[in-house]
Design a binder for this molecule. Structure first.
Ligand SMILES: [Zn+2]
Length: 267
């Protein structure tokens, strides 16, 4: 039994306030402490010391995972329930598992590129989950539009953008989903400059592993789908320096059951 499967039998997930929550199964009774979480040992006559049992580490990891702000709809995503239907998806899964196994010595993150519905977010979350549960890494899933809202809210409370960033930059692994998404409205330039600042901070920190997903492309072949101008050329260059590319091709899994819909395949 792999560590992954072994862990999976010990906890369950549910959705609370739109985010994924994780808790230990009640029936998982630790044989060392018999479920009390404490170990008592006799040090001398009438003198006992109490230590935390190792099973509490797993409880702490579940709480780290709950604090990772994984969106509710992805609460049960993991590598085991990602079923590739295309060679590129198989390879993407392998690369993700490989990074999760070697996260403690990793120097680079990943950028998942491909059309919607190919499981980019599923893989990014599975990776985050595996790193937290198996390696006790702290991680966060960033919804960029929520991040902009909290920065905006912070302004009215005299909190700066830097205050919001400081919290984020304490994480060892940061998932930024749908990089480059957004309408080019009046807030566009401001949003792009916040993203540029954040990517700079991640880049300068040097010990943060970033994971990005995007529907845009890294080459200029299709100008409208080119990621560069969406995030600014400086960020674009840094993202490529910090991440290995994982490209997904195939059919949109969410649209497969809709009849008579023409399917666009990215090549
Ligand atoms: Zn125990």
């Amino acid at each position: 039994m792999t560590e992954e499967t072994n862990n999976k039998n010990k906890f369950y997930s549910f959705v609370e306030a739109n985010h994924a929550s994780y808790a230990i199964c009640d029936q998982t009774k630790c044989s060392t402490c018999e479920g009390t979480g404490k170990l008592r040992s006799q040090e001398a006559m009438n003198f006992y010391s109490v230590k935390k049992c190792h099973c509490q580490n797993f409880r702490n990891r579940l709480s780290t995972l709950t604090n990772a702000e994984i969106p509710g709809r992805f609460h049960d995503c993991d590598f085991e329930n990602y079923h590739p239907k295309h060679d590129s998806q198989e390879l993407a899964k392998k690369k993700s598992i490989n990074l999760s196994k070697n996260i403690l010595s990793a120097k680079k993150g990943l950028i998942f590129i491909g059309n919607p519905g190919l499981g980019k977010t599923h893989l990014a979350i599975s990776l985050l989950k595996s790193c937290v549960l198996n390696h006790d890494i702290s991680g966060i899933f960033l919804d960029f539009s929520n991040l902009l809202s909290s920065i905006r809210d912070g302004f009215s409370k005299n909190r700066s953008e830097r205050d919001v960033f400081d919290k984020i930059l304490n994480y060892r692994l940061i998932v930024i989903d749908e990089l480059g998404k957004g309408r080019q409205d009046t807030n566009w330039e401001w949003g792009r400059s916040v993203l540029d600042d954040l990517i700079s901070q991640i880049y300068n920190a040097g010990n943060i592993i970033p994971i990005f997903t995007t529907n845009y492309l890294l080459d200029r072949e299709k100008e409208d789908f080119f990621l560069g101008p969406r995030i600014g050329l400086r960020s674009f260059s840094r993202v490529q320096e910090m991440c290995d590319l994982v490209s997904l091709n195939g059919l949109d899994d969410r649209q497969k059951n809709i009849p008579n819909r023409s399917k666009y395949m990215m090549v």
